[in-house]
Design a protein around this ligand. Structure first.
Ligand SMILES: *[C@@H]1O[C@H](CO)[C@@H](O)[C@H](O)[C@H]1NC(C)=O
Length: 512
């Protein structure tokens, strides 16, 4: 993650007291004022914050509780429209796309168009047509108009690497993104490979699924593709440690989250995300870290780091996830202890030293947390994640070694053709000036059962067919996903990579 995170904001919706007589009012756009940090306050979208819900804009103010809004901030007060009995929204989120005559076709009256229904919380994706609100006509029964696929909107599915489903019936457990004219199914599950229970393959992957106010980095387009592409490259993988899944991935609010896609591919078990739900006051976002497993998770635990450096990490509840996993295959089973983390990053252009101190403090907490889990010495412990401590450049080895030392960790031999896990030369234009680094690891702990063989490999994960994905840094703050193509394109580059990091895979064979 880079300094662009400085655009992180938290939009709060506050409902105001209202008596029986009036319609409800609510305020949009107040951010928390975090002590010691420049306040980024009041970033509502003004009138749009109300009208996108189909409600009425009432007023806006430029200060909140006496604190001036951080320019050009504003807090909007909206008045909720009254519901009419049997009203119907036409156009199903997220794609919406109701026909021009959607209300008329149903023998109803169109009263307004809006992007969201504030009451059910789902919105059409920004950049797509809005829904239409239809009211019943006096003495006339609405006509039930069936949904149809026109074929035209099937191209929308390509945006996510999904397949357009043109049948009308779907199996109950099929995952799909649904709209009036587009039903997008993820590609068929990949056939996974099972290996003996004393073999373990663990991937660590920082997927760069950053909250939208920071930018439009193809978060959905990439994460919707990630499970399939990971399993195609490494069908033997047993465990995946994810970082930077701050939102939930893909169509998280429509039942097609990263976890749903993993489950559809046979990774039925996942831990909770570290720091989720976040403490709204101090750290408005969760830690983005979780562990996914093909094998049953017997127990899990997590901790949130207390030390955090003066950087955008203050908004994130980063820490450590722990999963005790039992791999069972052909009548044999073995227990593994997996820890996943994401240590403090060094903001671009800042001196490493101060952030080295933070990482050391964090990893001390991590080591303590591991000890507190009382794991028998005879059982293997695997620790992975984005350590933000570099192996590529010799200059940083001392710091990396200190971190490994605190954990009592051993790095497997690196094999393969890639010598980086984060590479601004390979993904040009994304992070101009960023260093080439190897900062992602899967390690074993020396105090526990040792593997008889192990190795670590970085691999580049790109889209199928080299589909290009836009990474954009728009000047305007958008609080959610904009459906491509983004109109404001001067700050966009396109890439085939599915994250700004490469995944790493650690492969271990243990004595039985
Ligand atoms: C989680 O870890 C903490 C130590 O950090 C420990 O006190 C607690 O008992 C653990 N919880 C479970 C369910 O194991």
């Amino acid at each position: 993650m880079t300094s662009v995170v400085s655009k992180l904001i938290l939009i709060l919706v506050i409902y105001l007291e209202c008596g029986v007589e009036c319609t409800s009012k609510y305020e949009v756009g107040v951010t928390e004022n975090i002590p010691g940090v420049i306040p980024r306050l009041c970033l509502s979208l003004g009138e749009l914050s109300c009208t996108e819900n189909g409600d009425t804009f009432e007023s806006a103010v430029y200060e909140y509780e006496g604190i001036p809004c951080y320019p050009p901030g504003v807090v909007s007060t909206c008045e909720e429209r009254l519901n009419v009995a049997n009203e119907v929204w036409k156009g199903t989120a997220p794609f919406c796309h109701p026909s021009e005559t959607a209300c008329e076709d149903a023998s109803m009256d169109e009263v307004l168009t809006a992007r969201c229904d504030g009451r059910d919380g789902t919105c059409c994706w920004t950049g797509l047509p809005e829904r239409r609100l239809c009211y019943p006509r006096d003495g006339e029964d609405p006509v039930d108009v069936p949904h149809i696929n026109t074929g035209l909107e099937c191209a929308m599915c390509d945006v996510f690497g999904f397949i357009c489903d043109v049948t009308t019936e779907l199996e109950p457990d099929q995952l799909f993104l649904d709209g009036d004219h587009a039903r997008c199914l993820p590609p068929s599950p990949v056939r996974l490979k099972d290996r003996h229970s004393h073999h373990l393959s663990v991937i660590s992957y920082n997927v760069y699924e950053i909250p939208y106010p920071v930018g439009q980095f193809g978060q959905r387009e990439r994460v919707c593709r990630i499970p399939n592409r990971l399993f195609e490259e490494h069908p033997e993988v047993d465990v995946i440690i994810f970082q930077e899944v701050f939102l939930g991935g893909c169509g998280y609010e429509f039942g097609v989250s990263l976890r749903d896609l993993l489950a559809a591919n046979g990774f039925l078990y996942t831990t909770a995300t570290v720091g989720d739900p976040p403490e709204l006051y101090l750290r408005p976002y969760n830690g983005g870290i979780f562990i996914a497993s093909k094998w049953q998770i017997l127990s899990e635990n997590s901790t949130v780091f207390s030390p955090v450096g003066p950087s955008d990490d203050i908004y994130l509840a980063k820490g450590v996830a722990y999963a005790k996993i039992e791999k069972s295959f052909q009548g044999r089973s073995k227990v593994y202890h997996i820890f996943g983390t994401h240590l403090q990053y060094t903001p671009l252009g800042e001196a490493h030293t101060m952030f080295d101190v933070m990482r050391v403090l964090q990893v001390q907490e991590m080591a303590q947390f591991i000890v507190e889990q009382n794991i028998p010495k005879s059982e293997p412990v695997i620790v992975g994640g984005d350590f933000n401590a570099d192996t590529y450049n010799n200059m940083y080895h001392e710091h990396r070694d200190e971190i490994f030392e605190i954990l009592g960790a051993r790095m497997p031999n690196i094999i393969g053709n890639w010598y980086t896990t984060y590479d601004s030369d390979l993904i040009p234009g994304i992070f101009v000036g960023a260093e080439r680094e190897w900062i992602d690891y899967v390690l074993t702990l020396k105090d526990h059962q040792q593997p008889s063989s192990s190795n670590l490999r970085s691999f580049r994960l790109v889209t199928h067919d080299y589909d290009r994905i836009l990474y954009c840094y728009p000047d305007t703050v958008y609080t959610d996903f904009i459906f491509p193509p983004i109109t404001e394109s001067e700050n966009c580059i396109s890439a085939i990579d599915l994250s700004d990091h490469f995944p790493v895979i650690g492969t271990f064979i243990f004595p039985n």
